[in-house]
Design a protein around this ligand. Sequence first.
Ligand code: UD1
Length: 420
Amino acid sequence: MEKLKIQGGGPLKGEVWISGSKNAALPILSATLLSEGLATVSNLPHLQDVTTTIELLGSLGVTVSIDDKLQLEVDNSTLHSVTAPYELVKTMRASILVLGPLLSRYGEANVSFPGGCAIGSRPVDLHLRGLEAMGATIEIDEGYIKARSSGRLVGCHILMDVVSVGATENLMMAAVLAEGQTVIENAAREPEIVDLANCLNAWGADIQGIGSARLVINGVEKITGGHFKVMPDRIETGTYLAAAVATRGKVKVTQTDPSSLEAVLLKLEEAGAQITQGEDWIELDMQGKRPKAVNIKTAPYPAFPTDMQAQVTAINAVAEGTGVVIETIFENRLMQVQELNRMGATITVEGNTALVTGVERLNAAPVMASDLRASAALVIAALVADGETTVERIYHIDRGYECIEEKMQLLGAKIKRVTN
Ligand code: UD1
């Protein structure tokens, strides 16, 4: 088992580049299943979840190769299976994103039912209801979602009673090849959905209302394929900036998109950061000052993202004052709190709310990563702790952060990966 050993120290300083977005890459890789021609995707991050998705495509018979420009080339003319097996789905819930494309293009799909996960129960009822509304029949058999459609799916009106990123993506992908028009109301508006929609349109789809809560999808006969470059990862961006705030540092992130991070940047400014930005970079300077505690409440985009909640909780843990953190998206996403308290933080949790009273410094301790973003919070805490912190179960971090120790080292962090 690999661990990270982090020696807490001074401020992070320097420049780091941002990788392609994990949460845009996963649906875009699933969308390649819709394509009749070759689809190429660039700026893919080197992450475990991307590898799992490529493995999943491979298990369906799809030919995936890397071309001379390091772009992934996907050719699904060799597809021979429509089953996403339990072994892969259990390691990555986002595997559910192949359901819409497989059903829409091939008329059938069997996807292992994704279970709950550490951060909450995470149902898929909205995905299934939307597909049924488009004419699919769905049954759950031996732990698998078995979806069938006789002929093309049929466009329809879908109102989502909960804003869901995954359901919006799955239904949008299914609708592009459906007969007629599909309208998705109360659609999620996350930048990754915009990226997916732009990709689908570049490959021949007709999606209107991109970036709004009302998506209008006019079904087309075929998706032709082509090339698409994945957007930068806004959560990775936010995580390095949060680490700079907590450590009172000065960090420039490049190859990113500041416009996708408005709510996060506002909060970091409130915490005392001076922020300057250009088209594809952000520079954050704490001028050596201790951050001020901030209140956050997570909600669907454009509000504050749940995927940045744990990192801001870590800032609050060492900030001046008390910050209130309210998590409204997932019911069990304050798991970093227990570990932060083991490092000397003073955080109390009541339901979905954490009350964080900042301390001057934390103390190193052996801690355990419980999910992807909670583990990022532990890394940030370790950077401002006295002594050497060991973070275990870092496979969670590797699902979402490319080369985290190399990138942190670029900023002056004393961090290394060790194997038991
Ligand atoms: C995606 C992101 C994840 C992020 C989350 C919220 C990917 C691969 N993952 O996850 O990083 O934290 O969005 O921004 O992009 N829900 C239902 N029924 C459904 C589907 C969802 O009730 O059928 C509920 C969920 O339990 C949750 C809420 O809707 O409470 C939002 O979940 P959703 O937006 O679907 O998250 P994911 O797409 O799984």
